[in-house]
Design a protein around this ligand. Structure first.
Ligand SMILES: Cc1cc2nc3c(=O)[nH]c(=O)nc-3n(C[C@H](O)[C@H](O)[C@H](O)COP(=O)(O)O)c2cc1C
Length: 251
């Protein structure tokens, strides 16, 4: 018998199964080092990545699965170095330990093709207006890659792995060093690193905003608006707590 409209759009069990995966996705920064991720798992994760939506369906992403332990270790070293540099410059960003990258059983480098912004609505005549459209096009491209990366993370979480989204690549410098090592052409960008594996210590759930804090009906609810001072205060007093603490321990 055909499903009614109410039945079709009320698949709560499927939603619950999906939310189980959403909740299972938790950042962890240290993994069981000697675990080997089966090839099929990489393939399953990549199948999720390629199903993501993207602006104009350009699919501007590439993924490099890194298996060489020496290259992983070099990458981890470089990230540690970058964090030390940031600390010396007084950026005051709470620094995670990037050593865990070296032994992450799954390590996937996310590469983006920014040339694909030409496929979005841009004038391409070098004018000032063109620059504004290009800015928007870059946002479309970044959102597209993030949609794919998130799909990959969720697939890994569904398989039971702990995940780690690393964007601290920072600067051109690191890219220049690693592009040749990974055979990445110059006109592509190394955007992110995706590490995953069985967690060394159990993952913990971090603080998430309540639904009412993000959900606005018809108009922006000013209760959800933060002033610049409140933002500065959040960064100073709250950020470090939410980044590294279980949500039950955030006051
Ligand atoms: C776009 C993006 C960039 C991130 N970059 C880093 C990073 O460079 N280093 C890091 O340790 N964690 C990074 N994270 C992980 C966040 O710190 C983490 O998602 C956040 O603290 C919330 O924790 P949860 O993932 O367990 O919900 C990043 C996450 C996202 C989505």
């Amino acid at each position: 018998m055909a499903q009614t409209v109410d039945e079709r759009f009320n698949q709560v069990e499927r939603y619950n199964a999906f939310m189980e995966v959403m909740h299972a996705r938790m950042t962890n920064r240290a993994f069981v080092p000697d675990y080997v991720v089966p090839k099929e798992h990489f393939e399953m994760i990549m199948d999720a990545a390629r199903m993501a939506p993207s602006g104009a369906d350009v699919q501007p992403w590439h993924y490099i699965i890194l298996t060489n332990p020496e290259v992983k270790a070099r990458l981890a070293d470089r990230f540690v170095q970058e964090q030390n540099r940031r600390a010396k410059m007084g950026m005051k960003f709470p620094t995670p330990n990037y050593r865990g990258m070296a032994t992450a059983p799954g390590l996937i480098v996310v590469v983006a093709d920014f040339r694909m912004i030409r496929a979005f609505p841009v004038l391409n005549d070098g004018s000032e207006l063109d620059q504004l459209y290009k800015l928007n096009a870059e946002r479309i491209l970044l959102q597209s890659v993030a949609a794919s990366v998130m799909s990959a993370h969720l697939a890994a979480a569904a398989l039971g792995y702990a995940v780690w989204w690393v964007s601290a690549i920072g600067q051109e410098e690191i890219q220049k060093e690693f592009k040749p090592l990974l055979g990445v052409p110059d006109d592509l960008a190394i955007l992110d690193i995706f590490c995953f594996g069985p967690p060394l210590k159990p993952s913990y759930r971090r603080w998430k905003k309540d639904r009412h804090e993000i959900m606005n009906w018809d108009r922006f609810n000013m209760d959800n608006y933060m002033s610049d001072d409140q933002i500065d205060d959040w960064i100073k007093n709250v950020r470090v707590k939410v980044m590294y603490r279980d949500e039950s321990k955030v006051d």
